[in-house]
Design a protein around this ligand. Structure first.
Ligand SMILES: Nc1ncnc2c1ncn2[C@@H]1O[C@H](COP(=O)(O)OP(=O)(O)OP(=O)(O)O)[C@@H](O)[C@H]1O
Ligand SMILES: [Mg+2]
Length: 253
C-alpha cells in the first residue's frame, strides 16, 4: 500500500526555489533515508510533508488521498477539512532538538496529542503512553521533566510521543545530530527496533553507516532536487552521478 506520495513538489522562499520537482512514493514498511549536503532542502521537504511549510506546486497524497496541492492550472485544490486532518494524523515527526514541552512531565508530553487531537480518555491515553514509553525504555522516567533527562532520553520521549498517535509513517529530521556521541546509539537502536517492526519511516540523517545498513532506499538530495532514489548499495557503490560519488567519497574517507 502507498502511504505517502509526493508529486512534482516545488517550494519557494521568496524568489529562492528550495524544492524542485520532487517526486517519490513511500510504501507500507519502507525505511527510507534522505541524505545530501547541507542546505539541499532535506528539512524543508519533511516540513512540507507534515504541513509546517506550504508547497507552491504539486501534490501530497497520504493513503491515496490528496491532503495538499495544486491542480494543473496552478490553482490550490480545496480539500475537505476532515481529509486534511486525517492525513496529518497519519504522520508523526521527530525533530533534531526534540521539541518537548519543558513545563510538562514525560507522561504529560506523551498523552497530550492523544488527549487533545484524538480526544482519547485520560485513562486510555495514559495506558497507551506507558506502552510507548516502555518500548523506548523510559517507563521509569514518566514523572521526570525534560530538563532532568539526557539528550538521548529526551529524544526517546519524542519518539514515544510520535508513536502514541499511532501514525502510519514517522518522519525523522536528524534525530541524533544534537546528541553527544555516546548517546547516539541508544536513539539509533530505538529506530532500528521500529524498522524491525516494519514501521514506515522517512529519516533525514548524516549517519551514513546506519542509513546504509537499515534503509530499503536512500534518497539523495542536492540543491532542492532528488538526484537519486535507490537502494543503499547503488548509492554507495554504483552511483554514476558525480555529485553523489563526491559526497559519498568525502564521507567515507
Ligand atoms: N524559513 C526559511 N526562510 C528562507 N529560507 C529558508 C528557510 N528555511 C530554509 N531555508 C533555505 O532553504 C534551503 C534548504 O534548507 P534546509 O534546512 O531544508 O536544508 P537541509 O538539507 O535540511 O540542510 P542541513 O543538512 O544543514 O540541515 C537553504 O538554502 C536554507 O537557507
Ligand atoms: Mg536540515
Amino acid at each position: 500500500m502507498e502511504i505517502l506520495k509526493l508529486r512534482d513538489i516545488d517550494k519557494y522562499y521568496g524568489d529562492n526555489q528550495i524544492l524542485k520537482n520532487v517526486n517519490t512514493t513511500v510504501r507500507e514498511g519502507d525505511v527510507i533515508s534522505i541524505i545530501g549536503p547541507s542546505g539541499s532542502g532535506k528539512s524543508t521537504l519533511l516540513r512540507c510533508i507534515i504541513g509546517l511549510e506550504k508547497i507552491n506546486r504539486g501534490l501530497i497524497e497520504v493513503n491515496g488521498k490528496v491532503i495538499a496541492g495544486f491542480d494543473e492550472n496552478g490553482k490550490k485544490i480545496n480539500i475537505p477539512k476532515q481529509v486534511v486532518k486525517e492525513g496529518y494524523m497519519n504522520m508523526g515527526m521527530v525533530f533534531q532538538d526534540f521539541n518537548l514541552f519543558p513545563h510538562k512531565t514525560v507522561l504529560e508530553n506523551v498523552i497530550e496529542a492523544p488527549l487533545i487531537v484524538k480526544k482519547m480518555s485520560k485513562k486510555g491515553a495514559v495506558t497507551l503512553a506507558k506502552e510507548q514509553l516502555d518500548k523506548v525504555g523510559l517507563l521509569d522516567k514518566i514523572n521526570s521533566y525534560p530538563s532532568q533527562l539526557s539528550g538521548g532520553q529526551k529524544q526517546r520521549v519524542a519518539i514515544a510521543r510520535a508513536l502514541a498517535m499511532k501514525p502510519e509513517i514517522i518522519l525523522f529530521d536528524e534525530p541524533t545530530s544534537a546528541l553527544d556521541p555516546e548517546l547516539v546509539g541508544e536513539v539509533l537502536n530505538v529506530i532500528k527496533e521500529l524498522a524491525l517492526e516494519k514501521m514506515t519511516m522517512l529519516i533525514v540523517t548524516h549517519q551514513m553507516d546506519f542509513a546504509r545498513k537499515l534503509s530499503d532506499r536512500i534518497i539523495f538530495m542536492d540543491k532542492g532536487s532528488i538526484l537519486e532514489d535507490a537502494p543503499p548499495e547503488e548509492i554507495f557503490n554504483n552511483s554514476s552521478n558525480t555529485r553523489i560519488k563526491e559526497f559519498v567519497n568525502s564521507i567515507l574517507v
